[in-house]
Design a protein. Structure first.
Length: 307
C-alpha cells in the first residue's frame, strides 16, 4: 500500500553529496489545482522573454478566452509592437495557428489554436529503432574447412554498398530574413510616418511597416503635397476602433496617389486695358457740363430741339 503524499515543501539538504553548490536550487511543491503544464522546449526557448511569457499566459487561460492583441496589451505592460511580434514568433515556430472560418450567417471569423507541441512535430512519426542483424551461420560440411573469401570480392562488395547508399547531405541553413529597407527609404517620408503617433497615439508603426509605407508617401510628396497636408489626410476621420493594424488603414489611404495639380502659367498674368474716359464738354444751349467725344449739345437740349 502506497504511503500518503505530502504537499509541504521539501527542505533542501545542502550537505548531500549530489546537492549543487551554485546556481538555482528548486524547492518543489506538489500542486493539485490551478497549475499549467508547459514543455521545457517552450519554457527554455532562446529568444525574447516576452514570447515565452505570452505563450505561458495563453496556455494558462481556459478555452474560449480572448487572446487578441488588444486583450494581451490590457493584461501585460508591454505595448502593441512587442505583443504582436511575440504572436508572430509563436506562429512561425508552430505553436500558434490562426484559421479563417465562415459561420452559418456568412460572416468570416478567426479561430486561434495553440499547441503544447509545435504543429507538425506531434504528427511526425517516430522512426523505430534499428534492429541488429545477425549473420546466418551455415552448417559446415563434414570434414571440410571454411574457405576464406578472396580480398577482391570483399572490396567489390564494399564498393557496391557504398555506391548504393545515398550520400548524407549537410543541413541547409535557413535563409536570413531580408533587411527592413529603411536605409533606402526617403528620410522625409520616414519622418512623416514616424510623427503620426504625435497626432494620434494609435498610429504606432514598426520599422518594417514604415519601410513598406514610405514609397507611397514619397509619391505623395512628388505630387507637390506638403508634409502637413499628408499628415492631415492620413489622420482625419479615422475609425474609433481599429479592426486591423494601423498600417493597413494607412496603406488603404495611400493606395492611390493624389491627382496632380495643373501647371502654373509660365509668363506674367495678362493685363486687361482699362476703358478711356471721355473728356468734359460744355453744352452750347444750357451751359451744362457733360462727357462727350467732341463739342455738342447735351442730351436734354438735343431732345428739346428734336421735339
Amino acid at each position: 500500500m502506497a504511503g500518503a503524499q505530502s504537499n509541504a515543501p521539501s527542505h533542501t539538504n545542502t550537505g548531500a553529496p549530489n546537492s549543487p553548490t551554485s546556481g538555482v536550487i528548486h524547492v518543489r511543491t506538489r500542486l493539485t489545482a490551478d497549475f499549467t503544464v508547459i514543455s521545457n522546449a517552450l519554457a527554455q526557448r532562446r529568444g525574447s522573454a516576452v514570447t515565452i511569457g505570452v505563450a505561458a499566459y495563453i496556455l494558462s487561460v481556459p478555452d474560449g478566452a480572448r487572446i487578441s492583441i488588444a486583450a494581451l496589451c490590457a493584461h501585460f505592460d508591454e505595448g502593441e509592437i512587442l505583443i504582436s511580434r511575440a504572436l508572430r514568433e509563436l506562429e512561425a515556430a508552430g505553436y500558434l495557428e490562426r484559421r479563417k472560418v465562415r459561420g452559418p450567417n456568412g460572416k468570416v471569423r478567426t479561430q486561434t489554436f495553440f499547441y503544447d507541441v509545435p504543429r507538425g512535430a506531434a504528427d511526425r512519426p517516430t522512426p523505430p529503432p534499428p534492429q541488429p542483424t545477425r549473420p546466418r551461420k551455415s552448417a559446415p560440411a563434414e570434414n571440410s574447412t571454411p574457405a576464406a573469401a578472396p580480398a577482391t570480392d570483399v572490396a567489390a562488395a564494399a564498393a557496391a554498398t557504398e555506391a548504393a547508399t545515398p550520400p548524407i547531405l549537410p543541413p541547409v541553413a535557413s535563409p536570413s530574413p531580408p533587411p527592413l529597407g529603411l536605409d533606402e527609404a526617403d528620410p522625409q517620408a520616414v519622418v512623416i510616418l514616424a510623427s503620426l503617433r504625435i497626432v494620434d497615439r494609435r498610429l504606432i508603426l514598426s520599422r518594417s511597416e514604415v519601410a513598406e509605407l514610405a514609397p507611397a508617401v514619397s509619391e505623395w510628396l512628388a505630387q507637390g503635397l506638403r508634409p502637413e497636408e499628408i499628415t492631415g489626410a492620413l489622420t482625419t476621420n479615422l475609425p474609433a476602433p481599429f479592426r486591423a493594424r494601423p498600417a493597413r488603414v494607412l496603406a488603404f489611404r495611400l493606395r492611390e496617389a493624389p491627382f496632380p495639380a495643373p501647371p502654373a502659367p509660365s509668363g506674367p498674368p495678362p493685363v486687361t486695358p482699362l476703358p478711356l474716359a471721355l473728356p468734359w464738354q460744355t453744352c452750347d444751349g444750357c451751359e451744362r457740363a457733360f462727357r462727350a467725344a467732341g463739342p455738342s449739345a447735351c442730351r436734354d437740349c438735343r431732345t428739346a430741339e428734336a421735339a
